[in-house]
Write a protein that binds this ligand. Structure first.
Ligand SMILES: [Zn+2]
Length: 113
């Protein structure tokens, strides 16, 4: 088994298993065996939709917004084709689609890795 440094270019990661703990975290198992855990708060703050990107572009956290509840859970999760997943959050937000490759890159780049 070979391990390449960083993400292999041109290879779309595939997820073979998805575990959604609606109160805590989403766990993805990639087809090369990598298991990535995404705590809900980090996943919510990572939302790739245009609205949340706008907040980040202004140097602000897309979540939690001032005056909103810091409590967070997933009401629903839905696969998007073969390339990603979308969530309906307890704060009503549901527009972000998280592609597998983006999640994987983010997981590999985070300091606690
Ligand atoms: Zn968003």
């Amino acid at each position: 088994m070979t391990r390449a440094a960083g993400t292999l270019r041109g290879v779309e990661p595939t997820v073979t298993d998805i575990e959604v703990d609606r109160q805590r975290a989403v766990t993805l198992t990639f087809d090369d065996g990598l298991v990535a855990v995404f705590p809900l708060a980090e996943l919510r703050a990572l939302c790739p939709c245009a609205t949340c990107r706008g907040w980040r572009d202004r140097g602000e956290e897309p979540w939690p917004r001032p005056g909103t509840s810091p409590e967070l859970s997933i009401l629903d999760a839905e696969l998007v084709g073969a390339w990603g997943i979308s969530f309906t959050w307890s704060d009503g937000h549901a527009t972000g689609i998280y592609p597998w490759d983006g999640l994987r890159r983010w997981f590999e780049a985070r300091p606690s890795g």
